[in-house]
Design a protein around this ligand. Structure first.
Ligand SMILES: NC(=O)c1ccc[n+]([C@@H]2O[C@H](COP(=O)([O-])OP(=O)(O)OC[C@H]3O[C@@H](n4cnc5c(N)ncnc54)[C@H](O)[C@@H]3O)[C@@H](O)[C@H]2O)c1
Length: 254
């Protein structure tokens, strides 16, 4: 298990932390001594994640937030700062899409909702957290993109892929503009990951087929991504800035 003592007491705001990759990331950061803001629209599961972390001896609090909504994000940042004293690390993990789609069969509403969830949200959270990150001695932004934003593979959504590609370029702008404030901005690009949600949706045959296309011959698990983000948040990654880290078993090069 990685050990980064410098993360002790740093405040990590993690969106989408009520389940999946975000929840695992919240647990891992809390285990390193971070004080974690579990930010999610799902108040019930967000509270459960925060309670489990607290029960395990960590510090976490849930903040119900719609990350696509300006007022909700403003309130979230204010509440996190009031409750935890500031923000050192922002992890934009919430995202996703409803169904596989083509440009032709996608409604304008579906496009707008998908782009809002995956890209507008990252802009809103970063914009409103930047004044807090500037006060940190080692500010970090870590965005969760996707292999779908890096390359075109069959099973995805064009709105999702385009939004995730937008996330990678927004990450580079953040890295460029915030570097002088000693804030780094990086992203990870996951592949299909065996979260409880994905495991429930995919058949055994599906999982085997996807795994066979990955050089490492397995799907990712949430901890693969959480460990990569922990490294990016640590002092060991202090000079890594504007990078898109492919946490996809080598699939992106195929
Ligand atoms: N799981 C995968 O296979 C995979 C692959 C590549 C990239 N990713 C990316 O990784 C990230 C996490 O994926 P996951 O599979 O763990 O997600 P998930 O669907 O399991 O969880 C997403 C979380 O985001 C929350 N959320 C949704 N809309 C929200 C809103 N408007 N405001 C606040 N919270 C909201 C949900 O309540 C949920 O808790 C996403 O950005 C996703 O695009 C996932």
């Amino acid at each position: 298990m990685a050990n980064y003592p410098e993360l002790q007491d740093r405040v990590a705001l993690i969106t989408g932390a009520a389940q999946g990759i975000g929840a695992e990331t919240a647990r891992l950061f809390a285990a390193q001594g971070c004080r974690v803001a579990v930010v999610d629209i799902d108040a019930e599961n967000g509270s459960k994640v925060a309670a489990a972390i607290t029960q395990a001896g960590g510090t976490a609090q849930a903040f119900r937030t719609d990350i696509t909504d300006v007022t909700s994000v403003e309130q979230c940042i204010d509440s996190v700062v009031q409750a935890l004293g500031g923000i050192d690390i922002v992890i934009n993990c919430a995202g996703g899409y409803g169904r596989l789609a083509t440009v032709e069969d996608m409604s304008i509403d579906e496009w707008d909702r998908t782009v809002a969830l995956n890209l507008r949200s990252v802009f809103l959270i970063c914009k409103m957290a930047i004044p807090q990150l500037k006060k940190s001695k080692a500010g970090r932004i870590i965005n969760v993109s996707s292999i779908s934003g890096r390359t075109v593979h069959a099973a995805s959504s064009p709105a999702y892929g385009a939004a995730k590609a937008g996330v990678t370029q927004l990450t580079r702008f953040l890295a460029f503009q915030l570097g002088p404030d000693n804030i780094t901005a990086n992203a990870i690009a996951p592949i299909t990951t065996l979260t409880p949600r994905v495991a429930a949706l995919r058949s055994e045959a599906d999982i085997e087929r996807i795994a066979s296309q990955v050089p490492l011959r397995r799907l990712a698990v949430p901890e693969d991504h959480a460990q990569a983000m922990l490294f990016l948040a640590s002092d060991a990654a202090a000079y890594i800035n504007g990078v898109i880290l492919d946490v996809n078993g080598g699939r992106v090069m195929m």
